[in-house]
Design a protein around this ligand. Structure first.
Ligand code: ADP
Ligand code: MG
Length: 594
């Protein structure tokens, strides 16, 4: 049996089992299942936001509450039907998330989780003190959901609505993770510099993801209001927000299935404890908190990946997106840039200075690069070569000086804007996502060449574009000789190979200027020869290349021109043969290499 068939069969069995729940169990158990389904919706958002992208939020219960209160208020005040109140509730929550996200997502380190605690505390406080929202007694007599004119009063009837939504949202999230935006979301942990280098707007990606997760929480809140037909501040407290986070961790952080697993385990356990603990003690609530805390610590000690990691051996391998799995080519390739005419001025660096506090890392360095050239930048360790590259690519801001690219002043442009103009780069300290496949890492490079956003990705309406992106990624992987290893995790590759993967990622952006920081470090002789061959071919195609390299044999045979730096200043600029003869260069650099 193929793995797809197995997965489909498994899914059918799960669906059949779920569908029979209301027929097999009493109302109490069915209500528990409804609670699990509603919690799963929130946790699915948290899996993407926290588990995958690493943005911790303890405040998502507040978003559940905002939507629940919004729909409750609209329904009881204006008799608006639940289905009409749904878009309003989602919109209000999304708006709150945009505001909160815009204010807090720029905060680094611990400030962000702390700020989530702040709004997680204050929103339910607001509910409890607003007279129009019924203060602490909340809002009751909310209309039940109705489908085709029939009110879904019972838990059994609501069950199907809840779980159909869980299924649809789960499918959406699955498609989303395997889309263009999904790759960017999975790369968020790699940092802003990585995302900007492929032309993605890191803040925008994080904000969209944050709003999306808030909308999922809102959907859960809307269901909550119409299933329970009563809202009060308590279920949306910070405590509930921490519980959602707990479910996410218990389920296994980065896994969508983990959302259901985590919600089920935590809510079922709570239920059992609520039955059992009162029999043993009068302080049941306190003991429950202690039991949960103890379990949490045990879990983090023994199974960081959550319960899913414990059973992962029997689970099918994580599926790859259809576009990534198929080798059927797209109807047409991605559009390409027009290369500048050979010899035209491409990059001009003029009296550039970079100061790190007291240290002048780059001191009034200037040079030109013409289209179609391959220029080597060499110099001893600490000469300022990587800093120079960071200044050209906009990764670092200049202290003084001016950089022009394609005839435009890019001195004050952002790293992302410069990348979008056609500057591709690799990093001295490799920036790959180790858990993503080689293919996905390279496909990330083509981010700016695609258009599909989260909605089209989640609805799987991006297949043709994805095929084009993956075709391009495969072509670049073939160039670095890794065909057949596309689906391996990038982190499992030797460091030298990881450098090559970064080159393929940069090439996937169709760069006019390729900036390579020590690409041959860690490569063996035959691999170096292959790399030199690739770079020569790229030059023939019209790609301009700047390269930092320590292997003098390698670089001398390869480049058209050398720029030599030492202690932040430029020593030499000219043909490689002349560099060998230059006294200053010999003394500073070649002298100790020869
Ligand atoms: P190279 O790539 O030529 O080996 P670098 O450009 O990495 O040299 O470093 C040049 C100098 O600038 C070194 O002395 C290094 O310690 C310093 N430097 C580089 N980056 C930073 C930074 N972010 N903060 C402070 N000093 C830095
Ligand atoms: Mg360096």
């Amino acid at each position: 049996m193929t793995s797809t068939l197995k997965r489909r069969l498994g899914l059918l069995v799960v669906m059949a089992a779920l569908a029979s729940v209301p027929l097999l169990f009493g109302s109490f158990t069915v209500s528990l299942f409804n609670d699990i389904g509603m919690a799963t919706l929130v946790v699915l958002g948290l899996v993407l936001l926290s588990g995958v992208a690493g943005i911790t939020s303890f405040g998502h219960a507040a978003f559940v509450g905002i939507a629940a209160y919004a729909t409750a208020w609209l329904n009881t005040q204006f008799a608006l039907s639940p289905w009409l109140a749904l878009p309003c509730a989602l919109a209000v929550t999304a708006l709150c998330a945009v505001l909160i996200g815009a204010l807090t997502l720029r905060l680094g380190g611990h400030y962000l989780p702390l700020s989530t605690i702040a709004w997680g505390l204050s929103v339910p406080l607001l509910f409890g003190n607003l007279t129009m929202l019924g203060r602490h007694s909340g809002i009751s007599d909310i209309a039940p959901l109705s489908v085709a004119g029939r009110d879904l009063m019972s838990a059994e009837a609501a069950f199907y609505v809840v779980w159909i939504m869980v299924g649809l949202v789960g499918l959406f999230c699955h498609h989303l993770l395997n889309s263009r935006m999904g790759r960017a979301i999975r790369a968020v942990r790699g940092g802003d510099v990585l995302l900007s280098s492929v032309g993605a707007n890191s803040f925008h990606v994080r904000l969209m993801l944050f709003v999306f997760s808030a909308v999922l929480a809102a959907l859960s809140g809307w269901l909550y209001a119409h299933v329970n037909r009563f809202v009060s501040p308590a279920p949306f407290s910070l405590h509930a927000g921490i519980d959602y986070m707990f479910m996410m961790v218990v389920g296994g952080m980065g896994q969508l299935v983990g959302a259901v697993a985590g919600a089920t385990i935590v809510l079922a356990l709570k239920n059992v404890l609520q039955d059992v603990l009162p029999l043993v003690s009068q302080h049941a609530a306190q003991i429950q908190a202690v039991v949960f805390a103890a379990l949490f610590i045990l879990l983090l000690q023994n199974a960081r990946g959550g319960v899913l990691s414990l059973v992962s051996r029997v689970l099918p391998r994580r599926p790859v997106s259809p576009a990534a799995a198929s080798t059927e080519p797209a109807s047409e390739p991605l559009e390409r840039r027009t290369m500048p005419t050979k010899g035209a001025a491409l990059l001009s660096v003029d009296a550039v200075v970079k100061r790190f506090k007291g240290l002048v890392a780059v001191n009034e360095v200037g040079f030109e690069v013409r289209a179609g050239e391959m220029v080597g930048l060499i110099g001893p360790n600490g000469a300022g070569k990587s800093t120079m590259f960071n200044l050209i690519t906009g990764t670092l801001g200049l202290t003084a000086g001016r950089v022009e690219f394609l005839g435009e002043d890019i001195t004050r442009r952002s790293q992302r804007e410069i990348a979008l103009m056609g500057m591709g780069r690799t990093f001295q300290h490799v920036k790959l996502r180790p858990n993503m496949s080689v293919l996905d890492n390279v496909a990330l490079g083509a981010h700016a060449r695609g258009r599909c956003g989260m909605l089209r990705g989640g609805l799987a309406l991006d297949r043709e574009e994805e095929r084009r992106i993956y075709d391009e990624a495969r072509r670049q992987i073939a160039r670095i000789g890794l065909t057949g290893q596309e689906l391996e995790a990038a982190g499992s590759m030797p460091l030298g190979t990881q450098r090559l993967i970064e080159i393929a990622r940069a090439l996937a952006s169709d760069p006019l200027l390729l900036i390579l920081d020590e690409p041959a470090a860690g490569l063996r002789k035959p691999e170096k020869t292959a790399l030199a061959e690739l770079l020569r071919r790229l030059r023939e195609e019209g790609v301009t290349i700047m390269i930092v390299e320590h292997d003098m044999d390698f670089v001398m045979k390869l480049v058209d021109r050398l720029v030599v730096m030492n202690f932040g200043t430029k020593l030499f600029d000219g043909a490689p043969q002349e560099a060998r003869a230059d006294k200053g260069v010999r003394a500073a650099y070649l002298g100790d290499a020869a």
